[in-house]
Write a protein that binds this ligand. Structure first.
Ligand code: CP
Ligand code: NVA
Length: 307
């Protein structure tokens, strides 16, 4: 069973294969209208369950469109509609869903639920974001980076702000694909040490630099994300804003980074908070390419899972 649960749980060769496939899938669709089928329809006669226990725009729409373009059908289920973990165990739900559908994508809170679902499922399971990681996003991000700048291996990625789930998947990818990450944020919001240690053990350089202006020197890519993630208690909002404001990606920071640095944000963005509109809509931003590439990257991930 080939689950796509995390980037550090997927072999580097498989990650490369998925990225190559995503590039191929994207170029094969160039110029075609969105409602047409792909030339190849590997999901014909397949049904994919898309489970969302948290809100989503990109993940929901890009998976749904991707499945349809590959000839399959989707069932989009919200956490409140099904019994996942509410009176029925995740393992039982996994066994039941596996009798009805060919593939499961889930966005949930605790990663333990994802792993339990995958453990009991007899069909592939894809991680569509947990509190601790967001691997599909980072596959799209790497696809985007490489389209603009060539191989990411050896490049310098600067993560600004909260060392959250998206940051964790970047660290996973750094270890697997051999690029370097400088994290710049307040100490209480550093990524978990285990993510840093694992990336370093695999040969990636990971640095923590509190001075964000120093951090971006020589950056190939600067990444921002929301200051308050979906799983963060609302009561922490004000404290987080105060802690994270100095790490805003704005024109002054881009000046320090230089003209060659790309800017990414997985979206949804809070304009004038973690990054300014001038940067988001500016010449170094590849943020909307990133959003588009969710579609192509995830189609490649689904094909890999079902192969
Ligand atoms: N980036 C991302 O996953 O967006 P959604 O939360 O809208 O799916
Ligand atoms: N860190 C954000 C990512 C959203 C796609 C969150 O978890 O809310």
């Amino acid at each position: 069973m080939k689950h796509f649960l995390d980037i550090n749980k997927t072999e580097p060769g498989d990650l490369r294969g998925i990225l190559d496939e995503a590039k191929r899938i994207k170029s094969a669709r160039a110029g075609r209208s969105k409602g047409t089928l792909d030339a190849e329809t590997p999901l014909k006669d397949h049904i994919v369950a898309l489970i969302f226990e948290k809100p989503s725009t990109r993940t929901r729409v890009s998976f749904d469109v991707g499945v349809r373009q590959m000839g399959g059908q989707t069932l989009v289920l919200s956490g409140s509609e099904i019994q996942l973990g509410h009176g029925e165990s995740v393992g039982d739900t996994a066994q039941v869903l596996s009798r009805y559908v060919d593939l499961i994508m889930i966005r949930t809170f605790e990663e333990a639920s994802l792993f339990e679902l995958a453990h009991h499922a007899t069909v592939p399971v894809i991680n569509g974001l947990t509190n601790r990681s967001h691997p599909c996003q980072i596959m799209a991000d790497i696809l985007t980076f490489e389209e603009h700048r060539g191989p990411i291996t050896g490049k310098k990625v600067v993560w600004t702000g909260d060392g959250n789930n998206v940051c964790a998947s970047f660290l996973h990818a750094a270890g697997q694909l051999g690029f370097n990450v400088t994290v710049s944020g307040p100490e209480p919001l550093d990524p978990e040490q285990v993510f840093i240690d694992e990336a370093r053990a695999k040969g990636a350089q990971v640095e923590i630099e509190r001075d964000v202006f120093k951090a971006v020197e020589g950056a190939d890519l600067i990444v921002a994300d929301t200051w308050v993630s979906m799983h963060d208690p609302v009561s922490t909002r004000e404290r987080r804003h105060n802690q994270l404001r100095p790490y805003q990606v704005n024109d002054a920071l881009m000046e320090a980074a230089g003209k060659d640095a790309l800017v990414m944000h997985c979206l949804p963005a809070h304009r004038e908070e973690e990054l300014t509109s001038s940067v988001m809509d500016g010449p170094q931003s590849v943020i909307f390419d990133e959003a588009e590439n969710r579609l192509h990257a995830q189609k490649a991930i689904m094909r890999w899972c079902l192969k």
